[in-house]
Design a protein around this ligand. Sequence first.
Ligand SMILES: C[S@@+](CC[C@H](N)C(=O)[O-])C[C@H]1O[C@@H](n2cnc3c(N)ncnc32)[C@H](O)[C@@H]1O
Length: 232
Amino acid sequence: MRGRTDRQLGADFYDRMHSEIAPSVTRTRYDGLFRKIVENIRGRGSRSVLEVGCGSGFLAKMILQEYGCAYRGFDFSAEAVRNAGSRTGRPDLFFVGDALDSRSYAGDYDTIVCTEVLEHVDLDLEVIQRWRDGSWCICSVPNFDYAGHVRFFNRNEEVMARYRGAIDIEEVVKIPRPIVPDRRISTYLRNLRWSRNNPSEFLGFLGIQTFSRLGGWFLFFGAKGNGGKSGW
Ligand SMILES: C[S@@+](CC[C@H](N)C(=O)[O-])C[C@H]1O[C@@H](n2cnc3c(N)ncnc32)[C@H](O)[C@@H]1O
């Protein structure tokens, strides 16, 4: 459950990462994951979402367009916050803040969304500690290593073991990364050709155990530890 990077990176690293995302990008490999999150928020009837580590605003845009509850998001990368503001056309909804700083959680929210952030923070459990008791929490963590990851997970049980003390987890769902993020047949055929000498990857691209062969995310949700009663 340890990433190769093994070291938490600062906001300057993420500033560089977000500065490379073109404003014209509309589709990402996370879209399937984000759609499930919007479904969860809708099913739950969330009234106000606070997104922790909102990045360049791709999920924020989907929430605002497809569900439309009150929303605010923060990130410790000023570049991410700028991108999110221009991507959604709502710079007023975003602010620069650290997930470990209690002041980032001032104001109303009944739902916390935190995707692909906890694995970047050494003190991830202390981040969750700062979330309001009873708030509905929707989080995701990856099953693969990447720059900035201080840990990743292989099995649902590992995710449960790390986070169930902080969140009354109702379910952990595996979301495989999309086989063809841009939905082009030419990309699909190219991936198959390039992976022909790697049987595991090849099978992953054929849709066989894609989650374990090509990577994916564990999506988990539940109320912030107060014995399972959400309080709203
Ligand atoms: C892999 S990106 C995920 C972005 C977005 N949540 C998504 O799913 O597209 C990780 C994000 O976490 C942010 N981040 C990392 N540590 C943070 C911290 N301590 N406080 C606030 N944001 C943080 C980074 O700046 C980056 O935008």
